[in-house]
Design a protein around this ligand. Sequence first.
Ligand code: SF4
Length: 392
Amino acid sequence: MNPRGWCPSLYEPMESGDGLLLRVKPAAARITAAQARILAREAARYGNGAIDLTQRGNLQPRGFSQETARLFAKAMVEAGLAHADPTVERGRNLLAPPLLGWDDGIAPGTEALIEALTEAMAHWPPLPAKFGVLVDGGGLLPLASESSDVRLLCRAGRVDIRLGGGDAMALCTPEQAVEAATRLARHFAGLAPARRMHQAVAQHGAPAILAAAGLSPLVDDGPLPPAPHVAGVLAQRVLGVVAPFGQVTAAQLEGLANLAERAGDGTLRLTPWRALLLPGVTAAEEAARLGLITVMEDPRLRVVACTGRPGCASAHADTRAAAQWLAHRLPPRLALLHVSGCAKGCAHPGTAPATLVGTDGGFTLIRGGRAADAPASAPLTLEQTLAVLDPT
Ligand code: SF4
């Protein structure tokens, strides 16, 4: 088993219930249709063809052996989707605006900052595997809802710097931003045992960490807004396609690549919202025919499910199959159902109006709580669960 806190990379696959999984991190949230086809083909050839969309805007194909993972990694480097140096690849954790280069509302200089920061990050000291940086530029789909260890927001003539958690921020010029982020990363590297910035902030305070990196802290207590809705044809001629329960198949990815090439700008954009964006595509029918979510009314958007069986060795249930069955039968007033394969609740750490937790005897139901909370029921079948959720 992988140790707690482990995070897979392309060269360091993670053991799971359906074999090894690994992570592909497209640069600047963008993958060309040709690269997507290669990734889909190799994921089906060497893995089991299931590909998770992660909340860091990465692609996570599954079902590899040690040998096929190695062959897949080689193919990704050849396709220009990964760095050949495993150390550099491990640290390539930069979340970028998904519509970079398409959305004119993104602040000028955002793309240049991402390029310069990517280059600088290759020389940062070794950091915990989950440590990441977010660069936002506003526009149609800002990344304001997303947390990160270091967050940079490009504005006209300035960059706002925030940390993961805390009530302070700092400002710098665009020319100073790479150096400022580098100083923060170097300072954080000396703050062990903190593995994420929010832990360091809880211990030392955001003002002290910013000041130690040579920045002048300012008060900032703005909460993160909710994530945007991205299913369907959006403004600026962009099609948003949400992956049901966070996963696509290789065939679906290949179908989207063909659509992007034929009707769009030839790229697919990665988001932290378990969705892909296709700039220039203005019709949703083809993506819907692939089984993907293209309307906000799709009932699958009201169900969150973790990997479950067979992908997770800890799971007591096939969560995605249960979620799929329940999604089309849910009572209309239920805003969110969380289906978890065990009490860990990976897919939704927060509370939900209803949470189902897999056990060896069925699902237990928790109302208004988290997966780890005490259940309100003995284990139920799916039909019994539905009868409890919708007694009418
Ligand atoms: S919640 Fe449990 S079953 Fe689901 S992915 Fe996490 S560990 Fe696995």
